[in-house]
Each structure stands twice: as C-alpha cells, then as structure tokens.
Design a protein around this ligand. Structure first.
Ligand SMILES: *Cc1c(COP(=O)(O)O)cnc(C)c1O
Length: 344
C-alpha cells in the first residue's frame, strides 16, 4: 500500500467527550463543524451521540444537513452562521436551529419560518459574529417572547487562562443575558477549563474532543502512519531533497515515506518533527515535498513498513508548533488522500 493510513479512534473521541462533560455540572454539547474537524462528520456525530451528546453545533447549514442525515431526528443541531438568505429551505428540511446573529437575521427568520426554533448569538467582545449589545437591547424582549432555544456567545482568548479578556467577556455576557429564562452558553473547550463561572447551561467543546490543546488531558484521536517506499544509504557530504537543505554529517540511512504537504503535513514542519518507529524518534531531514518525506532511520535496527507521524508519540499540537500554527489547522488540513479507518 502506498497511501498513508489515517486511523480515527472513536473510543478516544467518546472518552474525550465524557472527560470534558465531567468538568462541568451542565449539559455538554459537541462542535462538529468542518466535517467534524476533518475527521468525518457522520462517524464523529454518531459516536458523540452514543456517548451522550444531545446538542450539536456546525458552522453552516449544509453541514447541519449532513449531521442530521447521520443523527436522525431528535438531537438539536445548531448553525453558527445563523439564517442566511439562501438557508431557509435547508433549515426547515433538516430541522436545524439557526443561531441568529444580527437584526436582519432575526427579521428574516420571523418572516420566513415564524414557527421554527432558533437561537441567538451575541457578541461579547470578539467582534467576529453575533449581535452587538445595542441591537440586542432593542430586540431582546421581542426575541425572548419567542422562546429561543439557546443564547450564546464566544470567547476570544479562552486558551489563555489569565487573559483579562475572559473576565471582560464574561461580565458582558452576564450583562446581556441577566434575568433571562433561556439556556445560555459561553464556553468552548478553553472556556470549560476556565471553571464553573464560564459554564452556564450548555458547553460547546470542539478541539478537545479531537485530542487538541487547550485540553491537555485529551486522548489522541488521530493516528497517521506513512508507508516507507524506499530506503537508501547516503555518504557523508551527500544532500537530501529539494534545495539541498540537509547534508549528511556522516554516513546515514534515509527512508522515503509516501505522504507530503498535499496531505496536510505542512512544508513548514520541515526539519522540526520526527517520525516514530515504536517509541524511537527518526528525524525528518530535507524539505517535505508534495507527496514524499525523507527521514533519517539510521538508528533503527530494521526499517519498518510504516512510520508514525501522528498518534501516541507526536500530537497534533507538536506538529502545529513545528509549522507555526495550531492543532485545529493541522486536523482540518489532513486532506482526502489517506486510507481512512475508524476504530471503535
Ligand atoms: C469552533 C467553535 C467552538 C468550539 O471551539 P473549540 O475551541 O474547538 O472547543 C465553539 N463555539 C464557537 C462559536 C465556535 O466557532
């Protein structure tokens, strides 16, 4: 086999949901946008539903339709982008809950689907998506009279525990929602870890479910194994890969594996990551190319059929650090070329 294998550990996914759920006394939802953070929305959604999740969150209505197809009737599926002009049919057909985020969306929803459930997304300071305080002040009583399913906002700096923005947004959210008899939600993964003041009635973890920081106790969910397709011995002074960026300091054994930046193994990770044979780290040498990576396997007694790039020995966040990005981006960049396997 010359395609790389991407194994998704559904038992670890379910464990991560339960572990995050155990950190609060309120309801724990699940964010499954971007195809379940790249891992396959159908498998992810059904696994989390079996673990106990009853409220799911997606970015756009089309993702909601895919989630509904997997989940069937029952679980609540909320759409962060709200009710956009072209969304009405999809929202109605798949029983989605748009998180209305502007006065024009509220008008559109009340006009087109007056009897269909909705939620409200408030801006508590991130200035990305959500209703501004003055607009909310005007609309609040009208909207509350129609019993929204959830009123939520999103934290900008929750992965930094001590960031003063957290308390500022919390105060703003409380001010905007005080005295309401509607379920409230503020915390994603980072917010859950900030403690009970941030939990309200529903939490919305995403990245922690999939094994990423800031949930340091997450079990790894994604495992990627790359097949070795050629091995060669190079003499001291020989170079490896594009641009001659690596020169063998002494005789070395180099394995070439079948995967590259087209598989989300970003070129910028370059020489800062390792591939693993069991617990033995083998450094990547030379540039990562589109379909191939070269690795120094001199220290291995025997070259194995595959080397692990992601899994128990190297996390998505370590790969992300090497490329100057975040685990979220690694997960959602893994791409379509892998042979994907789901482990129950
Ligand atoms: C992506 C997202 C989440 C989940 O965030 P994580 O950091 O992945 O837990 C929750 N709420 C909103 C509004 C989001 O956009």
């Amino acid at each position: 086999m010359t395609v790389s294998r991407l194994t998704i550990d559904l038992a670890a996914l379910a464990d991560n949901w339960r572990a995050l759920d155990a950190l609060s006394d309120c309801e724990t939802g699940a964010v499954i946008k971007a195809n379940g953070y790249g891992l396959g929305i159908a498998k992810v959604a059904t696994t989390l539903a079996r673990a106990g999740a009853r409220r799911f969150f997606v970015a756009v209505a089309e993702e909601g339709a895919a989630a509904r197809a997997a989940l069937g009737p029952g679980p609540e599926i909320s759409v962060y982008s709200g009710h956009m002009a072209d969304d009405t049919e999809v929202i109605a057909a798949h029983d989605l809950i748009p998180m209305l985020n502007a006065p024009e969306q509220v008008r559109r929803h009340m006009d087109r689907l007056p009897d269909h459930g909705f939620g409200i997304q408030l801006d508590s300071g991130m200035n990305r998506l959500g209703m501004e305080p003055p607009d909310w002040a005007v609309l609040r009583s009208t909207v509350l009279a129609r019993a929204p399913r959830l009123v939520m906002s999103h934290l900008a700096c929750a992965d930094e525990t001590d960031h003063p923005m957290n308390a500022r947004q919390l105060a703003e959210f409380v001010a905007m929602t005080e005295g309401m008899d509607v379920p409230r939600s503020l915390a994603a993964t980072g917010g859950i870890l900030l403690g009970r003041d941030y939990h309200f009635d529903v939490t919305r973890p995403g990245v922690g479910l999939y094994g990423g920081l800031p949930f340091a106790k997450a079990r790894p969910v994604v495992h990627v194994d790359l097949p070795v397709i050629q091995v060669r011995d190079v003499a001291a002074g020989e170079t490896v890969g594009y641009g001659n960026t690596w020169t063998a300091p002494q005789p070395r054994r180099i394995a070439t594996v079948s995967a590259g930046y087209a598989d989300g193994l970003l070129r910028a990770m370059g020489p800062k990551i390792d591939l693993y044979s069991g617990a033995t780290a083998c450094p990547v040498v030379g540039r990562i190319s589109m379909d191939l990576i070269t690795v120094d396997v001199t220290d291995l007694p025997e070259v194995p059929d595959t080397l692990e790039i992601l899994g128990n020995h190297q996390t998505v966040d370590r790969l992300a650090d090497a490329a100057g990005t975040i685990g979220y981006e690694i997960l959602t960049s893994l791409g379509g070329r892998y042979a994907r396997e789901y482990r129950e």
